[in-house]
Design a protein around this ligand. Structure first.
Ligand code: SAH
Ligand code: TMP
Ligand code: ZN
Length: 406
């Protein structure tokens, strides 16, 4: 029996996705024999409502000098973080020497906007290779894992922050109580915390089960985030749904008694009750939906292959590791995956070892079907891939349901 990472009460898995590799662990042939796997089981705590992995690989196995996810590979995300930075700049920064801290700052996709505006900033990023891209651009970055101890050091050296930001990183950190304590120490009395993470409500509603992979130790809801921060005397004051990553939520958090609580928090809490996020039956239904989605995708791919038609995977996303390994997709189903990230090219996908090739391999020899692993970037991709569609190419998607487009 495991205990909840938030409230410490016993939690029990409601489903297993089977053995999973490191989602961003793209590998060369000579590394196949030593590939690491763990059993990916998930639970929703019946006491505090936090959705979590029962087991997560050690952090150094995921976040290291070979981290394969570079935030800057998506133009639409660059625009998203530009708007995010503008929102912070016009609402939350003091006129006198403001200071912005971001954890999981990766290649500087967010902080580059503060840098350009001359705002004092600091990124905290443990994956050395992506952190180096940021420092090479002139973005102030500390290479390390944020926690309470690092927060104290930063405070001593740089002072407290007006704004503490974290996009798609809080949900990665199992020692989250230490992180929240760190935030508390580092945040000015009137400072603001802005977090953005994949939203449990969207995952459940649209069966977006590929949001579950090694890095995502949590999937947050408004209710579970509120509970977590209240344990540390901090208050969730506002929320705002986001379209990013197929459905995310922005959480606005402050020290206790400093800001009024927006009606939208209460409204979303009511909505979560209506959705049954606190009801174990909801997760039983989710499990059945995952199995149904897997079976439809596999039978669609088998049909297409029986007709002798080619399928190529479009974008070797972290999320695709869950789809590929849970569904048992192999190089017999998809010839290769094309991806624009240089460090992924020439390697093999985690677990199933499907070859990953440069984007040009897709363009040079269009397949009949492209399996759209980067469905969260669909808008950007549809604009870019007019020629593929004009050539008769079709898309296979699986969120919110398995279907063929085009
Ligand atoms: N914020 C970026 C990157 C998200 S990926 C974006 O939204 O595109 C998550 C990042 O968090 C990775 O770069 C990873 O190295 C980093 N990370 C993981 N644990 C961390 C921790 N304890 N403190 C700071 N960053 C962490
Ligand atoms: P993400 O879904 O986690 O943001 O990962 C994006 C991945 O998709 C990254 O490896 C780059 C890849 N990608 C492409 O190959 N082509 C594209 O047009 C886009 C937008 C992303
Ligand atoms: Zn709990």
């Amino acid at each position: 029996m495991k205990n909840c990472l938030i409230c410490n009460k016993p939690v029990e898995a409601f489903m297993s996705f089977g053995k999973m590799p490191i989602a961003n662990g793209f590998l060369a042939k000579d590394q196949f024999s030593e590939e690491y796997f763990f059993e990916m089981k998930v639970a929703s705590c019946t006491h505090c409502g936090m959705f979590q992995l029962i087991e997560q690989p050690d952090r150094e196995k995921m976040f290291n000098e070979n981290y394969a996810f570079f935030s800057g590979t998506s133009k639409s995300m660059a625009l998203h973080y530009k708007e995010f930075a503008e929102y912070v700049g016009s609402n939350f920064l003091s006129p006198n020497d403001p200071f912005v801290v971001e954890i999981g700052s990766n290649d500087g996709i967010m902080l580059q906007n503060f840098d350009a505006a001359g705002v004092r900033h600091l990124g905290i990023e443990p994956s050395e290779n992506v952190a180096k891209v940021a420092t090479d651009k002139g973005i102030q970055t500390v290479c390390g894992f944020f926690d309470e101890e690092l927060a104290r050091q930063i405070m001593t050296e740089h002072g407290q922050a007006d704004a503490f930001l974290g996009a798609n990183v809080m949900c990665h950190i199992p020692y989250i109580h230490s992180v929240v304590e760190g935030i508390k120490i580092l945040l000015k009395p009137k400072g603001i915390v802005l977090l953005e993470d994949p939203y449990l409500g969207d995952v459940i509603e649209n069966t977006i089960y590929d949001q579950i992979y090694d890095e995502h130790v949590f999937l947050f809801s408004v209710s579970s985030i509120k509970y977590l921060f209240e344990l540390h005397d901090m208050v969730l004051v506002d929320i705002e749904p986001q379209e990013t990553h197929g459905g995310s939520m922005r959480y606005v958090i402050a020290h206790k008694g400093v800001r009024p609580i927006s009606d939208s928090v209460k409204k979303q809490l009511d909505k979560e009750k209506m959705m049954g996020l606190d009801n174990p039956e909801t997760y039983e239904t989710f499990r059945r939906n995952c199995e149904g989605s897997r079976d439809s995708l596999v039978s669609l791919l088998n049909n297409i292959r029986q007709q002798g038609k080619r399928v190529v995977g479009y974008a070797a996303t972290s999320k695709s590791t869950t789809i590929i390994n849970y569904c048992g997709i192999t190089a017999d189903h998809i010839e290769f995956i094309s991806d624009t990230t240089p460090v992924k090219q020439g390697k093999f996908s985690p677990g199933a070892h499907v070859p990953v090739r440069a984007y040009e391999a897709f363009v040079d020899n269009y397949p009949e079907y492209a399996l759209l692993f980067a469905y969260n970037h669909a808008k950007e991709i549809m604009v870019k891939e007019q020629k593929f569609m004009k050539s008769g190419g079709k898309w296979i998607t699986y969120v919110p349901e398995v279907k063929v487009l085009g």
